[in-house]
Design a protein around this ligand. Structure first.
Ligand code: CP3
Length: 354
């Protein structure tokens, strides 16, 4: 089976020759080739220049035998077209200049237009698809409404999302309007990525694990469900990712996604039990394992595979993005281990998990 089919098959819950593997943030600072480009351009310019975004997307695909490419962009890019300006700082990550807090702020937001406001991402998608067609599939993505609303309200990253929860609890109508504007921005953007050539899309609800199940159900579920319903109509597989979501997995699976992405705080066996047998599961090696001694890394990667137990629909990934000090050799070693070990298991137990 070619490298191009494995990942798409697993997304559809079908058995593949071995377990497909890719990494969140696979294009990034841990790669020397990325650092060379990054030293010459500010991050925002890299995102906005299709030639640079194309090159950086392809770097990890050339360097490692990974099974998918993910377009080099950022979940925050759609905020600009909504009227929420931001900057990427080297010391504090993204910073939003005027956070959105009142009902008036939310009413004033626009809905972004994918062609006008994010045409540079679409052009990069078209370029990358042209370059890698038939080699590996291309993943498009967006942030989920909750995670983006969190950045817009907090003004940047947050450990507790207190301000976000205050808007939810104190101004529920304004919250719904904000989530609705997010959806009206994100749905056309994701569809435009599919039309430009993305073959799978991932929705990053990275910080939704800060909510209890009742708040997820009341303030998030319907909005996220709308996005997956619209994606289903596009006929491509979708991945629904979050961290710290063990308590939310049944609800996240209800909201949608052919594959649910989980972090390392639970085993994949538990993730399947909670999300239900009808979905694929993506994950879930701790990104810190890539910095561990080789034998620890090999043991932990094997544990992830053992926990998936050969079920069709497992996509090997980290539980969150690759960290900047990760050695490139460790990335290569994990990809090889996942491919070799899962192929060998398929040969001895061809019907595993069916
Ligand atoms: O996965 C990939 O290789 C594709 C590219 C990608 C980036 N950001 C590039 C990036 C993707 C999928 C994202 C998603 C993203 N961005 C998320 C969701 C995933 C997650 O990690 O939870 C979030 C929360 C963001 C917001 C964001 N962008 C933060 C918090 C930061 C700073 C943290 C950091 O690592 O510096 C960014 C900057 C950013 N986006 C970098 C990259 C490669 C760092 C680049 C650099 O400084 O050179």
């Amino acid at each position: 089976m070619s490298r191009s089919e494995r990942f798409l098959k697993a997304c559809r819950g079908e058995a593949a020759d071995c377990t497909p593997v890719w990494f969140m943030r696979q294009a990034g600072r841990y790669m020397k080739s990325y650092q060379e480009i990054r030293a010459r351009y500010p991050l925002i310019e890299m995102f906005r220049t299709p030639g640079l975004a194309t090159e950086v997307t392809l770097q990890p695909v050339r360097a490692f035998p990974i099974d998918a490419a993910i377009i080099f962009a950022d979940i925050l890019l759609p905020l600009e077209g909504m009227g929420i300006g931001f900057e990427f700082t080297d010391s504090h990550g993204p910073v939003i200049s005027r956070p959105v807090r009142s009902a008036g702020d939310i009413k004033a937001l626009r809905v972004a237009d994918p062609e006008e406001d994010l045409g540079y991402v679409l052009e990069a998608v078209r370029n990358v698809r042209g370059e890698i067609d038939g080699k590996v599939p291309l993943i498009g993505f967006a942030g989920a409404p909750f995670t983006l609303a969190g950045y817009a309200i907090e003004g940047g990253g947050s450990s507790n999302h207190l301000l976000t929860k205050r808007v939810m609890y104190e101004q529920p109508e304004a919250w719904d309007l904000l989530m609705d504007k997010m959806c009206r921005t994100l749905i056309p953007f994701l569809k435009a990525q599919v039309r430009a050539g993305a073959q799978v899309v991932q929705l990053f609800d990275s910080w939704v694990g800060c909510l209890d199940p009742s708040d997820y159900e009341r303030y998030v579920l319907e909005h996220t469900r709308k996005i997956f319903r619209e994606l289903r109509a596009e006929g491509i597989p979708s991945i629904h990712f979050g961290t710290g979501t063990a308590g939310l997995l049944p609800l996240m699976a209800q909201a949608g996604g052919d594959v649910i992405g989980v972090d390392w705080r639970l085993t994949l066996g538990e993730a399947w039990r909670l999300a239900g047998p009808g979905v694929g599961i993506q994950g879930n090696l701790d990104p810190a394992a890539l910095l561990a001694p080789g034998e620890v890394l090999a043991r932990k990667a094997a544990e992830v595979l053992d926990s998936a137990a050969g079920r069709p629909g497992h996509i090997f990934n980290l539980g969150h993005g690759i960290m900047p000090p990760t050695p490139e050799d460790a990335v290569r070693a994990v990809v090889d281990l996942v491919h070799e070990r899962s192929a060998a298991a398929n040969r001895t137990q061809p019907s595993a998990g069916k």
